[in-house]
Design a protein around this ligand. Structure first.
Ligand SMILES: NC(=O)c1ccc[n+]([C@@H]2O[C@H](COP(=O)([O-])OP(=O)(O)OC[C@H]3O[C@@H](n4cnc5c(N)ncnc54)[C@H](OP(=O)(O)O)[C@@H]3O)[C@@H](O)[C@H]2O)c1
Length: 272
């Protein structure tokens, strides 16, 4: 689904025509970058897979003629983050989408703690560092800025069998909702994008077998459309259905339901 002309006009008027999307080599980030490029935004895109990142950049330029700068690196490492901040310092980036992230699953006690800490570095520490940096950069701009944080529907309650991943997204959601208020006077719009299951590279890396999922394309448009409108978007009907149904339940019941859901997503691990 494409962005409507009035949304494109509003986004460009408010935030200019440069955007940064982290984690644009697959899934949600790639779909967001494609939509933005198609809408005429120049882009900085990131990912660890350098050849893939460069081919996506070339493809976007060939298809839509917008400038696309690929900056590769592992964003769980501070030196790569610092390099990205340095390389983008001169660019008038008005929309920053902090999408790069991954999940883990299974019982935490059995996990490799290095993976769990690495996930916190990427999902939380880097996201904090980059939010702080770009908010300060945008504060000095004459026009508005926008920061989009990729949260998740798992952010709204604890999730046994994905305990640390859900906790990392609870951090993102809480940070984003607070920054939405704190940065409003600075003319910076913060949005938490909190999808349910999406078919992407996510499930393989998280070792989850998810059931019904949305496609990245289905959620890209509602996310971009919600920029500057509210603090959280639940993109897609499936996400809304799942989150609204859970919302009315007591917290302890929500946790038990999510435990059952995640137990289904990780059943194959116990059968192996
Ligand atoms: N899929 C879902 O069901 C779902 C639901 C809710 C929220 N989310 C969130 O949505 C975001 C995007 O996930 P996705 O579903 O699109 O998964 P994906 O297809 O696996 O994409 C993840 C992106 O992040 C990049 N990335 C991963 N680790 C990185 C690292 N250490 N340094 C730099 N880049 C890294 C990947 O690029 P490289 O591999 O090239 O580094 C890739 O472009 C994540 O924050 C995820 O938690 C996903």
């Amino acid at each position: 689904m494409e962005l409507r002309a009035n949304t494109i006009k509003r986004l460009k008027k408010d935030y200019g025509n440069w955007a940064l999307v982290t984690g644009a080599t697959s899934g949600i980030g790639k779909a967001l970058a494609t939509q933005l490029s198609k809408a005429g935004f120049n882009l900085v895109i990131t990912g660890r897979r350098e050849p893939l990142l460069h081919s996506i950049s070339t493809d976007l330029f060939d298809r839509y003629g917008t400038e696309t700068i690929p900056i590769s690196g592992d964003l769980s490492e501070q030196k790569s983050v610092e390099n990205l901040l340095k390389e983008t310092a001169h660019l008038p980036i008005g929309i920053v989408i902090l999408n790069a992230g991954f999940g883990t699953s299974g019982k935490l006690i059995d996990a490799d703690i290095k993976d769990e800490l690495n996930m916190l570095d990427l999902n939380c520490k880097t996201l904090l560092l980059m939010s702080h940096h770009y908010a300060n950069k945008m504060r000095n701009d004459s026009r508005k800025g926008s920061i989009v944080l990729l949260s998740s529907m798992v952010a709204f309650q604890a999730v046994p069998n994905a305990a640390n991943y859900a906790a990392s997204k609870a951090y993102v959601q809480s940070l984003g909702e607070a920054l939405h208020r704190e940065l409003k006077p600075e003319k910076i719009d913060v949005l938490c994008a909190s999808p349910g299951p999406v078919a992407s590279g996510f499930s393989e890396r998280a070792n989850m077998k998810m059931g019904k999922s949305l496609t990245p394309d289905e959620i890209a448009r509602p996310i971009l459309k919600a920029i500057g409108k509210r603090n959280t978007v639940l993109p897609g009907r499936l996400t809304k259905f799942l989150v609204y149904n859970l919302r009315i339940m007591p917290r302890s019941l929500k946790i038990r339901i999510m435990e059952k859901v995640m137990s289904g997503f990780t059943k194959h691990q116990r059968q192996a």
